[in-house]
Write a protein that binds this ligand. Structure first.
Ligand code: AMP
Ligand code: MG
Length: 496
């Protein structure tokens, strides 16, 4: 990194000030030829930053790590993590740096973070780099998640570095500028707990409580209340994923935030045909992180979180463990009520009725048996409410039951259908569209990416202007492979 340039950000770095022991001060690596591929103007403004300034040569130098913005204190954060069930005591930011924190225009503290900025002391065998394709992928999917209303880290910018990096093939290198409520993870607590320094763990917990769940301070046992808040945020988050057909793909404890934001868009993907066993990740052979396993894994991760903070809840395990287990046991019910509330809205149901759970169970069975496209089904169901059943013909019997049920709540089916359309997206980042944008972007053509981002920014609004010959290619599932009659298989990767 070279010397300081004009002020861009107003940094206030509490993590660095308060949590010595949880990071290594470290500079980004210089890159030869930075080029801004994408800048999120709306997010820049929300952060109180001037997009034009960010686009300038000085701005891009800061975004890529070639210059240290005034007030930044770049550090690589330490954390541990259970990866696919096995514990790694020392992971940490192997190719990322926290630049610092800013207070946004809504008064919220946000981390500014570089990913792909070179090797750090946590890099182990990795090269510390990231490729353009995967960083654009994180931009597309995380911004889509935000537009869908799911808590998530955001993407401020992607900058190509002018380097070629080695993956399966040579790839153009890039840095992603990520913005997050914080980068505290369950793995951060696991790391702090493993240092055997009770003061470090307590400082971390006190910091996390102040930053994310200050109301826990009013509780009789603030650490137990904090745990309950983290668990509740995760139950809610996983329910949101399930409601939109999102598969995270690598729910390791180092990828589980304390804030409740979705983080780490490596092998994630949206499910097309409804099948709970769906897995896209190249390394998830056992299907540990399959769509249908996500709630159970969410609870497993919360068990690991409980282990990490147990000594704070009470130094005596005979006291702490039963209290933590009591909270942990509430995960399935919390998840279920979040998921059910989401599904009720998707189905246009306003009130609860005793037989609803049968209707929901049968819906999932029918969707799976009929290989229904998860995203578009709920839009076609709203169409059925408006009298056009052509999109849900494979599920006639269930649709009849739904119509009867929905009419019990309201006789204005047109209004019900409109309400459904506000929660059921037309547009999600379908795998083939993402690949198309990445392929063009890696070749230097960013127009495909820009159109896709623009469509995904308003996911609930159908765009008749994009239809060609009655087909909306941004809304429709991937064309079937003519040889197999099925969608082409899709594979995603970690650590790209
Ligand atoms: P992830 O699978 O992206 O959650 O990453 C798991 C761990 O591997 C984290 O500690 C990352 O910092 C590290 N890592 C992933 N890719 C690289 C890379 N190319 N160079 C160095 N560290 C990496
Ligand atoms: Mg990660």
């Amino acid at each position: 990194m070279s010397s300081n340039v004009d002020p861009l950000f107003s940094f206030d770095n509490t993590f660095v000030r308060e949590l010595g022991g949880l990071y290594e001060t470290w500079p980004a690596e210089m890159v030869p030829e930075p080029r801004l591929l994408a800048l999120n103007d709306e997010l820049a403004s929300e952060l109180g930053l001037d997009p034009d300034h960010l686009r300038s040569a000085d701005g891009v130098a800061c975004l890529v790590g070639n210059a240290v913005p005034v007030g930044a204190e770049p550090v690589a954060q330490a954390y541990s993590g259970h990866q696919f069930g096995g514990y790694s005591p020392r992971l940490g930011d192997g190719r990322a740096l926290l630049l610092g924190e800013v207070i946004d225009t809504n008064g919220r503290r946000r981390d500014i973070h570089l990913k792909g900025s070179g090797r750090t002391p946590f890099a182990r065998g990795g090269d510390g780099k990231a490729a353009v394709g995967p960083m654009l992928r994180e931009l597309i999917v995380s911004e889509s998640m935000h537009a869908l209303g799911v808590p998530t880290t955001r993407a401020l910018a992607v900058i190509s570095t002018g380097e070629r990096i080695v993956r399966d093939t040579w790839q153009p290198g890039a840095v992603l500028v990520r913005v997050a409520a914080s980068h505290l993870r369950v793995g951060t607590f696991q790391y702090a707990a493993s240092t055997q320094d009770p003061d470090l763990l307590r400082r971390l917990a006190d910091y996390a409580i102040q930053r994310h769940y200050p109301s826990a301070l009013d509780a009789e046992n603030p650490y137990l209340a904090f745990y309950e808040s983290v668990l509740d945020a995760q139950a809610s988050l996983v329910a949101r994923w399930m409601n939109i057909g999102f598969i995270h793909g690598v729910m390791n404890t180092d990828n589980v935030t304390i804030s409740g934001e979705t983080i780490d868009y490596g092998p994630c993907a949206f499910m097309d045909r409804f099948d709970p066993a769906t897995v896209f990740s190249s390394i998830d052979h056992g299907g540990r992180y399959a769509y249908g396993n996500q709630p159970m894994i969410g609870q497993w991760n919360m068990a690991r979180c409980a282990e990490a903070i147990a000594t704070l809840v009470d130094p005596d395990p005979e006291t702490s463990v039963p209290q933590l287990v009591d909270v942990l046991k509430t995960f399935p019910d919390r998840y279920d009520s979040y998921w059910t509330a989401g599904l009720r809205a998707k189905l246009g149901l306003m009130n609860e009725r005793p037989d609803d759970s049968d209707l929901f169970v049968d819906l999932l069975k029918e969707m799976e048996a009929n290989r229904v496209d998860f995203t578009s089904f709920f839009r076609r169901l709203a169409d059925a409410g408006r009298g056009d059943r052509s999109g849900v013909e494979s599920m006639t019997h269930w649709v009849d039951r739904w119509l009867e049920r929905v009419t019990a709540d309201s006789d204005d089916l047109v209004a019900v259908a409109s309400a459904m359309d506000t929660v059921n997206p037309v547009y999600v980042p379908r795998n083939h569209l993402v690949e198309e944008a990445l392929a063009a972007g890696s070749e230097g053509d960013l127009s495909v990416l820009r159109t896709l981002l623009e469509v995904l920014a308003h996911p609930f609004t159908a765009r008749p202007d994009l239809m060609v010959d009655g087909v909306d290619r941004y809304a429709d599932p991937a064309p079937l492979d003519p040889r197999t009659g099925a969608p082409a298989p899709y594979v995603t990767f970690c650590g790209t």
